[in-house]
Design a protein around this ligand. Structure first.
Ligand code: BES
Ligand code: MN
Ligand code: ZN
Length: 507
């Protein structure tokens, strides 16, 4: 399986005998050796203990030290990774240690690597979990966006970083669980990486047409049914709200529909709806110039739907899942929608557009109405919807809104389990009147206070016919600053949710 830049394998080798560029072993605080570290220490007449005694490393979580040419050890190097306190070593610490090891290896000449971190006991987590997360976190940490750069940063002949990684499990009997974990980890990483790539692409490349092409490509690769509805079809459906956003742009809008039907025939599908604004200038209610480039990420909801489809297709997940992606640009133009315009949505409800920058809800509402025809069990929309959500929750939690508390709970636990967390926000009736309009059934904004909540309230009016949840990923879909780039969130959360659903329905 070669889906990634790294070739993975499952082994159960002895750390001291493994002939490679580097073996990775853990050390707890304070200076307590893991099993593999102990074995290497014994075979090298106490080399590691000596280093620790000198005070160069004490096992602090995420610290690393690279050792070279240990006596009696086949590998050229040994990377010691700090694990923190043994009693506190749970899922999060495990993933942090894995990330630290990947980062430490990224700029070295160690290409062929053997990791012994999957041997570490992690509370209730089994070998499958440990291996899948080792794979996913390693690939996440090694991700580079190179598609556009003409100058490669790597000089020929000096390739840096991990090329192959053998994941060592303690016993041969763990190999099977390890192999399953490897496949899961690769599937998830492939989806996350696709989501990052699509987000990172510049908005002159990643247009609505490009997203449609990517969906068609996914369909060809995995045998999924893909439909792309063009403007004429959208007009016929009466998607006046979606089309109003698109009308200021030269780029033609698309409604992309993906179908992964691997569950029972009569089982209702889960529908994922992703916001696909490939660039959000704000329209006539134009945004200020600072950091406007980041509005290329306004299609990350769409990208996360495509990424999740890639992952579940790789897994061949036995579940019926439909993806719906409304995608267009939000541009100011002579033909653009104006503040004050009233548009008619596919549902028949009329909307007074008071701010053309609140465009995400205008394209999503028609997609939510379109979702009705699939008679879904649940609909989940994913959108970089509001700056207000970033103010409320910062960059760690995705905002979660739902008209069904059980569905909300399922998504919250999927977030916990995948370490891709969401936080449940209120959506009480009291907020609804903020959307009142004197000239239409509703306005598209509800004022500054509780901005992420009124946005969710707006969507809820179009999601009355099914159980529905809304994930506001404005704060979590990408990072700003020096590490600017897509995160691939919430593909891990969505995958976890769908995998759990598939288990439930196939019981
Ligand atoms: N795509 C933006 C939301 C956004 C802004 C996400 C900044 C991440 C960072 C969305 O279309 C938008 O512009 N929302 C407005 C809504 C407002 C006009 C009610 C916002 O959040 O300012
Ligand atoms: Mn906007
Ligand atoms: Zn937007």
């Amino acid at each position: 399986m070669k889906h990634s830049t790294i070739e993975f394998s499952i082994k159960s080798d002895k750390p001291e005998k493994l002939a490679c560029d580097c073996v990775v072993v853990g050390v707890y605080e304070s200076r307590k050796l893991s099993d593999a570290a102990q074995t290497i220490d014994a075979a090298s007449s106490g080399y590691i203990s000596n280093i620790l005694k000198r005070g160069d490393m004490d096992g602090k979580l995420e610290s690393t030290i690279m050792l070279h040419s240990l006596p009696g050890i086949q590998s050229e190097r040994v990377l010691l990774v700090g694990l923190g306190k043994e009693t506190e070593f749970t899922e999060k610490q495990y993933c942090k240690a894995v990330r630290a090891s990947a980062k430490a290896l990224a700029n070295t000449g160690a290409n062929v690597v053997g990791s012994f971190l999957a041997e570490l006991p992690v509370k209730t987590m089994d070998m499958r979990w440990k291996v899948s997360h080792l794979v996913e976190v390693t690939l996440d940490a090694s991700y580079k966006f190179n598609a556009i750069k003409r100058k490669s940063e790597d000089k020929p002949g000096t390739k840096k970083g991990i090329a192959s990684l053998s994941i060592n499990v303690p016993q041969a009997s763990d190999t099977q669980a390890g192999t399953v974990g490897l496949a899961d980890g690769l599937a998830l990483a492939a989806g996350v990486s696709l989501t990052k790539d699509l987000g990172n692409l510049p908005p002159n490349v990643c247009t609505p047409t490009y997203l449609a092409e990517q969906a068609i490509l996914l369909g060809k690769t995995y045998g999924l049914k893909i439909e792309v509805l063009e403007r004429a079809a959208l007009e016929k459906l009466g998607m006046g709200s979606f089309l109003a956003v698109a009308q200021g742009s030269e780029e033609p809008p698309k409604l992309i529909v993906l179908q992964h039907l691997k569950g029972n025939k009569n089982e209702k599908p889960v529908v994922l709806v992703g916001k696909g604004i490939t660039f959000d200038t704000g329209g006539i209610s134009i945004k200020p110039g600072a950091e406007m480039d980041e509005m290329k990420y306004d299609m990350c909801g769409a990208a996360s739907v495509l990424g999740t489809f890639k992952t579940i297709a790789e897994m061949d997940l036995p579940l019926n899942v439909i993806g719906i992606i409304p995608t267009c640009e939000n541009m100011p133009d002579g033909r653009a929608v104006r503040p004050g315009d009233v548009v008619t949505s596919m549902s028949g409800l009329t909307i007074e557009v008071l701010n053309t920058d609140a465009e995400g809800r205008l394209i999503l509402c028609d997609a939510l109405t379109y979702a009705e025809r699939f008679e879904p069990s649940d609909v989940i929309d994913i959108a970089t919807l509001t700056g207000a959500c970033v103010i409320a929750l910062g960059h760690h939690a995705t905002g979660l809104f739902s008209n069904n508390d059980d569905l909300a709970k399922e998504l919250l636990s999927a977030g916990e389990a995948s370490l891709d967390r969401a936080w449940h926000m209120p959506m009480w009736e009291e907020y609804q009147p903020l959307l009142d309009s004197n000239f239409a059934d509703m306005a598209n904004i509800g004022g500054r206070a509780g901005g992420s909540i009124t946005a969710a309230c707006f969507l809820s009016r179009f999601a009355k016919k099914y159980d529905w949840a809304h994930l506001d990923i404005a704060g979590t879909a990408w990072k700003s600053g020096k590490e600017k780039g897509g995160t691939g969130r919430p593909v891990p959360l969505l995958t976890e949710f769908l995998v759990a659903r598939a288990k439930q329905t196939n019981k």
